[in-house]
Design a protein around this ligand. Structure first.
Ligand code: IPD
Length: 273
């Protein structure tokens, strides 16, 4: 099984690099922007072009595998996670960064088998950073091994938070109250504008934790494994096992920091993916 997941990882790296060319070519050009769930939830032609490229690559190479993609689901396809090998794709994670020419833009490719995360690739084409991981084999960036930064406690930690694209006033209010509590109890907050890259930041030890409510399975499928393989933890914000479809995640370099955070947060709930 190990050789097989190595083959899957190499396939994902290869298509991530090919997709990166599409992002690089479009990055400085005028973009056609459409909105999805709210005026702040953006999609461009590049999101769709990259997703189509990745979809046909995997269907061609591994026809028996399943596929969950952000833009395919946006068009009405069901988000079905079965035991079959399933590629979970965010073609452009950080679409708002992409639109505003902020270089933290990721192509995120995760693979689950029996609903367990097995392979993860997150590629930042504008910065040429290739994050790779395979269950049981560590986490890497451009071939260099990653490890989380194990701080003593929350008050010596940097915590990544995101405002997200939901513009419901109650949701924003509750998220902001959570942010206030995190600021009160930590060294500070950061937001990189891409869930996948936020997870890379925890994995490489630049931040000790990351919390987000209302994201989606394709934002975290690759990155949660990367954090774990770098020695950190990825759980449900209430403290239970991470459920990829529950639309929320808490990552931290240590269990202590995760629990400290979990205790101060208001745990928002959303309809499952
Ligand atoms: C979004 C980004 C953002 C996060 C949102 C995601 P997208 O993904 O990851 O950082 O706050 O929750 O939806 O729409 O750019 O693929």
């Amino acid at each position: 099984a190990d050789d097989v997941t190595e083959e899957y990882l190499n396939a994902a790296i290869s298509i991530a690099r090919q997709s990166g060319v599409l992002v690089q070519e479009a990055f400085h050009k005028e973009k056609l922007i459409e909105t999805k769930q709210s005026f702040a939830d953006l999609v461009t032609q590049t999101d769709e072009a990259v997703e189509n490229l990745i979809h046909s690559f995997f269907m061609d190479k591994f026809p028996e595998h399943k596929f969950i993609g952000e833009e395919t689901v946006a068009k009405g396809e069901k988000c079905e996670l079965t035991d079959a090998p399933t590629w979970i794709i965010d073609p452009v994670d950080g679409t708002t960064n992409f639109v505003h020419r902020i270089p933290e833009v990721c192509i995120s490719i995760g693979l689950t088998i029996n609903k367990e995360m097995e392979v993860g690739v997150i590629y930042l084409p504008m910065l040429d950073r290739m994050y790779t991981t395979r269950k049981g084999h560590g986490a890497f960036c451009n071939g260099e091994k990653l490890s989380v930064q194990k701080a003593e406690s929350l008050n010596t930690s940097i915590v990544i938070v995101e405002s997200g694209s939901d513009r419901n006033q109650d949701v924003i209010k509750r998220k902001m109250e959570n942010t206030r509590k995190i600021v009160t109890n930590s060294r500070g907050i950061r937001s990189y504008g891409s869930a996948a890259f936020n997870l890379c930041r925890v994995a490489e030890g630049c931040a000790e934790a990351y919390i987000e409510y209302s994201l989606h399975i394709w934002d975290i499928a690759a990155g949660a494994l990367l954090v774990r393989e770098a020695g950190g933890i990825a759980i449900d914000p209430e403290g239970g096992d991470l459920d990829l479809r529950s639309r929320r995640i808490l990552c931290a370099s240590t269990e202590k920091i995760a629990l400290e955070l979990s205790q101060i947060l208001d745990h928002l709930q959303f309809e499952r993916d």
